[in-house]
Design a protein around this ligand. Sequence first.
Ligand code: F6P
Length: 365
Amino acid sequence: MPRPMRIAINTGGGDAPGLNAVIRAATLAAIGRGWEVYGIRKSYAGLLRDEEEGLIPLTRRVVRGITHLGGTILGTTNRGDPFAYPMEHADGSVEFKDVSARIVERLETFGFDALIAIGGDGSLRIAHKLSELGVPVIGVPKTIDNDLASTVVTFGLDTALNTAVDAIDKLHSTAESHERVMVVELMGRNCGWIALNAGLASTADAILIPEIPFDLDKVADTIMERQLRGRHFAIIVVSEGAFPVGGRPSFDKPQAVGGMKRLGGIGEWVADELARRTGKETRSLVLGHLQRGGSPTAFDRELALRFGAAAVRFVEAGHFGSMVSLDPPEIVPVPLAEATATLKTVPLTSDKLQTARDLGICLGD
Ligand code: F6P
């Protein structure tokens, strides 16, 4: 009798609310077909170990009750690129090695017929390179940043937005009581989707995003004009990747070995500069990883479950080298090469930007 189909699932890069729902749906869809499912622990690190402890057998029991849980039961890391894997020597020095051949060999040794790789742009690029090495891969897009081009949206964004809007709503009352300018720095890397969506929904007075280099005098003018209308406070939403005209994104955080450069610091700088230019009391807040934590919203749960189940259907149909993508109302396969070719930035013609302008929100330009 032929052995059952065997698939592996991994989660790479920063976590996003909804990851566990993808794992659950993919596991149940595979088990329903009589397949075996394994989770790879901590992204590709789990495969590089000699022991089998890097693999978790995924059963109905293991994935029970996890749809509403944030994080990932498999663990994740954004320091595990197998094509430039950080190897730390005893003397503390670090060497970056291409261990991709070892990953391919390990997948074969364990008898995996397919890999479901859940990740953002970095992890999906790795998945694409592995597929070029012959690994049968299906990608699942995941990011709160909404920066993946070949899907209308990914899971995680909606939860992050709800967290951000809730926080900004709360800032309104204290900002008004103290007649302060509150500057909120939101995530999103080099794309302004989180800041733009959350800023619109929370009726911010200015929204600064990486796609539109800003002129702080324009923001200061907005604050002073509000003052003339009797509004003595203001809420300024700044994307972590935003920067002033003629400037560059701010990376003021230490970088982990093998990790990505970390954006940060722009919110505090904007707050200090606005205090200087307007004479008003300002405070800044970095919402940070709160945006990635917690229970996924109903939208994110449903999309994640659909992605996980579709990934298994695509394995069955042999759509290897592709990614599940939301093309409403369907989930369709798109080639990983296409999905990872460009980032989805906010188009300058976006209706969302027009709406912000129509509402009198300053975009810094
Ligand atoms: O890509 C998701 C994201 O949360 C970005 O918005 C943010 O810049 C980055 O990850 C933070 O990464 P880390 O978890 O390594 O601090």
